[in-house]
Design a protein around this ligand. Sequence first.
Ligand code: FAD
Length: 278
Amino acid sequence: MELLARYGDDGRLLAGGMSLLPLLKLRIMSPACLIDISRLPELTGVNQRQGYLSVGAMTRHVDIEESRLLMNSFPWLGEAISGIGDVQVRNMGTIGGSLAHADPAGDWPAISLALDASIACRSPRGERSFRADEFFQGAYTTLLQPDELMTEVIIPFPSVRSGGAHLKLERRAGDFGIAIASVQVELTADDRVQKARIGIGAVAHTAIRPKSAEDILAGEIPQGEVLRAAAAEVRRSVGDFDLMSDIKASAEYRLAVVQVLFERALDLAVARARQKGN
Ligand code: FAD
């Protein structure tokens, strides 16, 4: 933190280097000083706290995949993470780097929204934490200040009857997504939605939490018409954002696909939640 404060905009934290090194190679970024945080054990690991899980910012994708604590609460994270890049990327890349980098097509921004996560950071000025749904400000832009170090990602424990899913449309296995839908639902004993959290990625220039679709689900039995209405609302509300359109897919295509992906992800999440509670 002292180094960050000293170098300001000229300093850059180096975590796994999976996003930063390509930017340096392409000369998109040329910081005067790289601050390697990869050997700070305090920033690594998954720990159980009162009512939540704490994931250190330097925890690598592979460590998350192998964390029994995380997999017990959110088994679907295994599928989500196995689709990030390739083995080499997952062995080096970190959750903190992914969130700080805020690639709109990245998996972690959407996942963090579905997990209802908060992001804690620290600087010589003190500590702050942000809810994931306020953290992402746009493509590659977050609320982190240049002198702030992300320290941990805080994930509330789900209720017993919960399930989630993360679906991504990609051209080839391990690619960045063309559309991503992440969802986590918690059901009451009589199968109504107690809580639903949705994260949409790769469609707009930032990850989106379509709250109006969550509201459609709240208190309802999530099946048939309710699922379709929530999916239509995802498409409608995401359509209000500045959408991505590139060589991989047009904005219209992404929008159409994300509605279908979300409906499938929700269906899967609900089935998993029902199974868990029985
Ligand atoms: P770095 O590259 O080291 O850092 C990234 C940025 O975050 C830098 O600006 C750095 O200063 C900042 N930063 C890092 N840690 C902190 C911290 N603790 N506090 C504040 N700022 C910090 N991602 C996906 O989601 N899905 C994919 O399918 C995918 N495919 C990939 C394929 C390839 C070939 C590659 C190279 C990458 C891919 N990625 C993918 C990105 C990968 O997930 C990286 O892990 C991720 O982008 C973050 O990289 P990193 O942890 O190595 O951080």
